[in-house]
Design a protein around this ligand. Structure first.
Ligand SMILES: [Zn+2]
Length: 157
């Protein structure tokens, strides 16, 4: 007994079929739910379903890359806009109001005094406090920030 689910159907129902298959000791195609015979590591009933699964994975990967690239581009534009002279200090709220995403950066640079610069391509900022006020010191990326070695601080400690 099995319920055949066709490609494009609800993934939750496909998951139910997959679990049903495990319980009944029958392997089912991850895409359409058809019982699979043959090799134990087979996941799909045939080429069509394998291709469909590959395409779905590719679409998910592309979406992640596109979203991240978009965020990085926006972050860079914000830094560049706020820092026309190579160095500028702004309140954190200014970055937040402009839609800056602090999760996304392309590299790091940590100074000897442990000040962390979050770089986005050719711009970056380091968080600073002026009294109780959270600010960002924005800079254009310097030559010496380019050969950042993540293990350097471990060797020093
Ligand atoms: Zn299938």
């Amino acid at each position: 007994m099995y319920i055949r689910i066709y490609p494009g159907n609800n993934p939750a129902r496909c998951a139910v079929n997959w679990i049903l298959g495990l319980v009944m000791n029958t392997r089912l195609c991850l895409i359409c739910g058809t019982p699979i015979s043959g090799r134990a590591d087979k996941k799909f009933c045939g080429d069509q379903c394998r291709a469909l699964a590959n395409n779905q994975n590719k679409i998910v990967s592309q979406r992640i890359l596109l979203n991240t690239n978009q965020v990085l581009r926006k972050n860079r534009t914000i830094l560049k806009t706020l820092c026309p002279q190579g160095k500028a200090t702004v309140r954190k709220e200014v970055l937040v109001a402009m839609g800056y995403n602090f999760d996304c950066f392309t590299s790091l640079f940590v100074t000897r005094t442990k000040q962390v610069y979050y770089l986005v391509y050719d711009y970056g900022f380091t968080p600073i406090m002026e009294g109780q006020i959270e600010k960002a010191l924005i800079v254009s990326r310097q030559e010496y920030m380019k050969d950042w070695n993540p293990w350097k601080s471990l060797a020093a400690g």
